[in-house]
Design a protein around this ligand. Structure first.
Ligand SMILES: *Cc1c(COP(=O)(O)O)cnc(C)c1O
Length: 440
C-alpha cells in the first residue's frame, strides 16, 4: 500500500468523534504525538531509508504502507491530502502539482484511448483545452453538454464506451451552478462515476459527495491556498463508487496491472483503489508531484479557508448588489444574488454562500469593458481568481482567447464579460473602486 495518511481509515473502522469543518480546516490531517512538531513538518527529502532490501521490496509490491520516493508520495504532501480528504468527507486523496494535473489524472485514471467522457460545456478554459484538444489527441472523446440540459438531453449524450461524467460545482468563469444530483443520477444509471471540480465552492460551501458525486478535484491554487503563493491540485475519492460492479467498463481498476505485479486495485484497496492506482501508475509515470514546501504553504492557506470563504462571499454579494443597481452595468451574474438564474440551485447546493467571483457586462461591450478595467485601483488585472487580494480579468482577450465565438458562447463567456474576484479587503473600498471606474 502506498499511502499511509491520506486514506480515511475511520470510514472502515470505529468512528471517531465527528469534527466540524472549521476545526478540520485548522487541525485536520495531522495530529502530533507527544513532543512532536505542532505545525506540519516539511519532509524535504526525495527518498526514504530502510533497514533491509526486503522491507523495501514489500513497499514496491504495495504490500506494506510507507514512503520510498517523493515522486510518488511524500509525508508532508500526504498529510495535507488527508486534511482535504477530511474536509470533503472522502475516503482517500492525493495532491498533484496543479489543478490541471488533478483533472487530467481524475479522468485519465479511468478513461483511455477509445473511451468517451461527458462534460459540462461551461468549464474552466484550461480544462476545456485539456479535454477537447490534448486528451482528444490521446484518443479520449468528449461530448460537451450544457449544465442546464434536460435529463433527456443528458441521457442522449451517453455511449456504450462512456466512462465518466464531469462538471464544475460553480463554473469558472461562467458561474453556472451544476445540478449535481441530476448529473450524478444520469452517471450512475449508466454505471459510471461523476467527477466534480469543486475549486470555486470549496468544501466550506459545498461537499459534492453529499449529493452523489463520486470523485472531487481541486485547483488548490485558488481559495485553498488563497494567497497566490503555490500552484497545486488535489483529487479526493468518496470511495462510494463500486468499480467491481462495473468491472467490464473499468479494466484498469478491476483487471490485473501487469506493471505492478498483477495487482487488482479494486480488490486490493477497496475504497482507496482509485487513488492508489492514480498514484502507483499515473504519478509514477507522469511525475506531476507537488513539492513538500508547496504542500506546506497550501496547508497554511487551509488553516484559514473557512474564515476567508465567509468574507469572500460577503464581499462578493455586496459588490454584486452594487453592480446590479448601477446604470452602466448591463447584467450581473452571481449565483448568490437574488434573481440570478442559478439562485435556487445555489441555495440548494451552497446555502452558506458560493464564492468570491462575480461576472458582469459593462454597457458598451468589449471596448467599454477594457476602458473600465484600466481605471481600477484596488482590483488588479490578473489571470487569477480566489486570492485574498481582489483582481479582475477580461476572459475573451486573455484566458479564453483560444476559443472561437461559438465556443465562447457555449462556455458562457461573452466579449463584454468582466470577471471580478473579490478578495477579503473592505467591501466599502471594493465598491468605491468599482464606482469611480464605472462613473468615469
Ligand atoms: C484554475 C482552475 C483549474 C486549473 O488549476 P491550476 O492549478 O491552474 O492548474 C481547474 N479548474 C478550475 C475550476 C480552476 O479555476
Amino acid at each position: 500500500m502506498l499511502r499511509r495518511d491520506a486514506i480515511n481509515l475511520e470510514r472502515n473502522g470505529p468512528k471517531t468523534m465527528e469534527k466540524k469543518i472549521e476545526t478540520l480546516c485548522v487541525q485536520g490531517g495531522y495530529t502530533p504525538k507527544n513532543g512532536e512538531a505542532r505545525q506540519i513538518p516539511i519532509y524535504q527529502s526525495t527518498t526514504f531509508k530502510y533497514d533491509t532490501s526486503e522491507d523495501m521490496g514489500k513497499l514496491f509490491d504495495l504490500e506494506t504502507a510507507g514512503y520510498f520516493y517523493s515522486r510518488l508520495l511524500n509525508p508532508t504532501c500526504d498529510l495535507v491530502a488527508k486534511k482535504i480528504c477530511e474536509l470533503e468527507g472522502g475516503a482517500a486523496a492525493m495532491l498533484t502539482s496543479s489543478g490541471q494535473a488533478a483533472n487530467f489524472f481524475a479522468v485519465f485514471n479511468i478513461a483511455v484511448a477509445g473511451d468517451h467522457v461527458i462534460s459540462s460545456s461551461t468549464i474552466y478554459g484550461g480544462t476545456y483545452n485539456l479535454f477537447a484538444v490534448t486528451m482528444k489527441r490521446m484518443g479520449v472523446e468528449f461530448t460537451f453538454v450544457s449544465p442546464d440540459c434536460s435529463a433527456q438531453e443528458l441521457e442522449a449524450a451517453f455511449r456504450p464506451n462512456t466512462k465518466a461524467v464531469f462538471g464544475e460545482t460553480i463554473a469558472n468563469p461562467a458561474l453556472t451552478v451544476l445540478d449535481i444530483e441530476k448529473f450524478a443520477a444520469a452517471a450512475h444509471s449508466h454505471g459510471v462515476p461523476l467527477i466534480v471540480d469543486n475549486t470555486f465552492a470549496t468544501p466550506i460551501n459545498c461537499r459534492p459527495f453529499d449529493f452523489g458525486a463520486d470523485i472531487v478535484t481541486h485547483s488548490t491554487t485558488k481559495y485553498m491556498d488563497g494567497h497566490g503563493s503555490a500552484v497545486g491540485g488535489c483529487i479526493v475519492d468518496s470511495g462510494n463508487f463500486n468499480w467491481l460492479e462495473h468491472a467490464d467498463k473499468f479494466p484498469g481498476l478491476c483487471k490485473p496491472d501487469e506493471s505492478y505485479h498483477g495487482i487488482i486495485y479494486a480488490e486490493r484497496f477497496g475504497k482507496a483503489a482509485f487513488i492508489q492506482k492514480a498514484t502507483a501508475q499515473l504519478m509514477r509515470d507522469f511525475g506531476v508531484t507537488p513539492s513538500p514546501y508547496s504542500a506546506y504553504i497550501l496547508n497554511l492557506g487551509l488553516e484559514s479557508l473557512h474564515v476567508r470563504m465567509e468574507r469572500h462571499c460577503a464581499n462578493a454579494l455586496a459588490v454584486a448588489r452594487f453592480l446590479k443597481s448601477h446604470p452602466s452595468v448591463a447584467w450581473v451574474s452571481y449565483p448568490s444574488l437574488e434573481g440570478d438564474k442559478y439562485y435556487e440551485l445555489a441555495k440548494k447546493y451552497m446555502p452558506k454562500g458560493t464564492c468570491g467571483v462575480v461576472s458582469f457586462g459593462v454597457r458598451g461591450g468589449r471596448s467599454a469593458a477594457e476602458a473600465f478595467m484600466k481605471k481600477l485601483g484596488v482590483y488588479a488585472i490578473e489571470t487569477h481568481v480566489a486570492d485574498a487580494r481582489s483582481c479582475c480579468l477580461h476572459p475573451a482577450s486573455s484566458t479564453h482567447r483560444q476559443m472561437n465565438d461559438e465556443e465562447l458562447k457555449a462556455a458562457g463567456v461573452g466579449p463584454e464579460l468582466v470577471r471580478l474576484s473579490c478578495g477579503i479587503e473592505s467591501a466599502e473600498d471594493l465598491i468605491s473602486d468599482l464606482a469611480q471606474a464605472l462613473d468615469s
